[in-house]
Structures are given as structure tokens and as C-alpha cells.
Design a protein. Structure first.
Length: 382
């Protein structure tokens, strides 16, 4: 059995001056009127104007080269900004996918023309992406993808359907994972294409979540013609490219901070010095949160060193989802024992919203079964 190694987080991860700047910006931009309920939505909260303000401050495209509108700052500085945004429950959904994974994918595999056209707009907070991975009947098993992009003289003709596509209805582009040739290998014959979502033949249909909110979508492609220059990277290299992209998707602070607003509201109504079972539960949740933070920062350090943290990122995602789903269950029990408090109504609103969102925490970014299979193989357990 192989051992899994998480290197110590880099010593310079604190960046107190940068943290102070982000916190001051959030106090000024969001203000006291930004409700705890809105904070509970966090990275499903879509606010294009907020994303543009982040771009103006230089907090998008932070690690990209300056020639593409980036700021050539470290992965660790970017991590600090993300952590502060999520801890504050800022509405980051508009730019989230483009900044987190689409920009690094284009920077690593895209053509010069793709980079020059797209990356400066991502850094400015004015260009939004969605993910074209999951499909009906395949879920997180990307190797089961059936969407096809048939090579033709003018480029590609795409047919198929993508599912659970977050904010496709408000995005400008999708990076599409699809089959471009026949292969006996389940992972072979796949490629990634850059899709302008205004292209004829694309239909975006809403899917409401349990809270009645619209951020998921079904995206259908019917004889959609894409140009040759839509290809990202090399034809047939889609599997290697998409697994590299998933290291960015699965390791960040969003994987353990989705229920953070509920935790802070729970602590508020329990009081400054909870006793007995409440004290033990809060202590255990806080300890788990700190361990996950340590692990996630370790992955950020590995990315900064151009290492491949695929396995470590998967572990962070799986353990983070467990914590995020545990918090509302513990909150349900402890709230009944809390003393009378003016914030009980606010807590109830945040609790209801988090409870309805919690089932998705173990689905997005890879289902629990798929992730545990990846971890087992990585550890030599099967």
C-alpha cells in the first residue's frame, strides 16, 4: 500500500497585509446590508459587478503573466484572496470557474490566439466560463462521456448533452470535454474544445435545485459547428488535460467552507462559552476545519511548485464534503439547546438554506463513490 504525503504548507501562506486589504475591500464593498443568508450562498452567488471590482483590484488572474492581463503573483497569494472571499461569503460565482480552472487550462494548453482573446477578459472579471464535463447517465464518471465532436473540413460538429452545468445561462464560454475519435481505451479519443455559448444549435435549459434556485443547467448540442481553432491542446489528449484541470477544481478552500456561514451563526447563538456537548462539537468541527485548511494549503504549495497533486486534491475534496455536510446535522441538534438569542431567526434562515444545499456538496466536483475509487487506486488499495 502506498503512503500519501501532504508536504507542510509554505511558511509564507499568511500574507497578513494582503489579508487585511481583502477584508477592508469586503467591508467596503459588501457592507452591513449584505445578509448572512446571502453569505450562505457564497460561491453560488452570482454578481458580475462584484467580479469586475475584484478584477479592478488585481485579484483575478493573479498568477497569470502580465502580458495576458495577469499580475504574476504566487499561487499562495491567490489562495489567501480566495479564502477571505469565501469566509466572508462573497458572491464569487460569476468569475469562479473561469479564474479557478479555465484560465490555467488555456494558459497551459491553449493556443496563442485563445490566450490573447480570453485571458485578459478573465483577469478583468468580464468573461465567465462553465464546465462541460458531466453528462446524463454518467455523472462523475468522465470516461463514460458520450458527447461527440466529429472532425469535419470546417472544424467539428458537436452532438450531445452536458448536465449540472453551473451558470451556463450566464456564461460566455464552456470548455467542453468530448469524444473526437474512436478508441478501445475508455480514456482515449477525447479532446477539449472552447465553445462560444452563443453558437447556433446550443440549447441551455434550467434545472432548479432543492432551494428553488437556478444555477444548474442542461446544455444540449445539436449539430453545433465549431471552428478548427476551438481545439484546446492536442487532439486525443483530453483525458490528460481534464484530469490536470481537476486538481484545481478539487483542492481549494471552497471544498470545506461552503457551510462556514452556518458554523459562525451557530457559534453566535450558542454564546461565547458553550458548555458540555456543544463545546465538544464546536471544538471537533473547528479542529477538522483547521486540518482541512492545512491540507488545502499544502496542495496550493504543490501547485505553486508545478507538482501534480491529483491524489491530494481528491482527498481534500472528499474530506471537505464530509465536513460541510456534517455541520448542518450538528447545527440541527445544538440549536435546540441554545439559549434565547436575537439572531435565532437569522440562524434559522441560514440553516434552511445550507440544509437544502448540503446534498450537492458530495456531488459537485466528483461524487463520493468516484472520488473514493480514485483515492483507493492512488493508495494501492485496488
Amino acid at each position: 500500500m502506498s503512503a500519501i504525503h501532504f508536504p507542510p504548507p509554505p511558511a509564507e501562506i499568511a500574507f497578513p497585509e494582503l489579508r487585511a486589504q481583502v477584508r477592508a475591500f469586503l467591508r467596503e464593498t459588501l457592507g452591513p446590508a449584505y445578509s448572512p443568508y446571502a453569505r450562505a450562498r457564497s460561491w453560488t452567488g452570482f454578481d458580475a459587478a462584484f467580479s469586475q471590482k475584484l478584477g479592478e483590484r488585481g485579484w483575478l488572474g493573479m498568477t497569470m503573466p502580465k502580458k495576458y492581463g495577469g499580475h504574476e503573483r504566487s499561487d499562495l497569494e491567490r489562495y489567501v484572496v480566495l479564502e477571505e472571499l469565501l469566509a466572508a461569503g462573497a458572491p464569487v460565482a460569476a468569475h469562479w470557474i473561469s479564474d479557478r480552472q479555465s484560465a490555467p487550462t488555456l494558459l497551459k494548453y491553449g493556443t496563442a490566439a485563445q490566450r490573447e482573446m480570453i485571458l485578459p477578459r478573465i483577469a478583468a472579471g468580464t468573461c465567465f466560463f462553465c464546465i462541460g464535463m458531466s453528462e446524463p447517465d454518467s455523472g462523475s464518471d468522465l470516461a463514460a462521456a458520450r458527447t461527440r465532436a466529429e472532425p469535419v473540413a470546417e472544424g467539428f460538429v458537436v452532438n450531445g448533452t452536458k448536465l449540472w452545468t453551473t451558470y451556463a445561462h450566464k456564461s460566455h464560454y464552456m470548455i467542453l470535454f468530448c469524444r473526437t475519435s474512436q478508441s478501445e481505451d475508455r480514456h482515449g479519443g477525447t479532446s477539449q474544445l472552447l465553445v462560444d455559448l452563443t453558437t447556433p444549435g446550443i440549447t441551455i435549459s434550467p434545472i432548479l435545485d432543492m432551494a428553488g434556485e437556478h444555477h444548474f443547467n442542461e446544455v444540449s448540442f445539436r449539430d453545433v459547428v465549431l471552428p478548427k481553432d476551438a481545439l484546446i491542446g492536442q487532439m486525443g489528449d483530453g483525458w490528460a488535460q481534464v484530469t490536470s484541470e481537476l486538481a484545481f477544481e478539487r483542492s481549494g478552500p471552497e471544498r470545506f467552507l461552503s457551510s462556514f456561514t452556518l458554523l459562525t451563526q451557530l457559534i453566535r447563538i450558542l454564546g461565547e462559552a458553550p458548555e458540555g456537548a456543544a463545546r465538544r462539537s464546536i471544538g471537533r468541527l473547528t479542529a477538522h476545519l483547521m486540518v482541512l485548511r492545512h491540507m488545502s494549503q499544502s496542495v496550493a504549495g504543490m501547485l505553486a511548485r508545478n507538482e501534480n497533486p491529483m491524489l491530494q486534491a481528491t482527498i481534500v475534496k472528499e474530506l471537505g464534503a464530509l465536513l460541510e455536510q456534517e455541520i448542518p446535522e450538528i447545527a440541527r441538534t445544538l440549536a435546540a439547546t441554545a439559549p434565547a438569542h436575537d439572531d435565532h431567526q437569522t440562524f434559522a434562515q441560514v440553516f434552511a438554506r445550507t440544509l437544502l444545499a448540503a446534498p450537492t456538496f458530495s456531488l459537485r466536483g466528483g461524487t463520493r463513490e468516484i472520488l473514493r475509487g480514485i483515492i483507493a487506486r492512488g493508495l494501492g488499495l485496488r
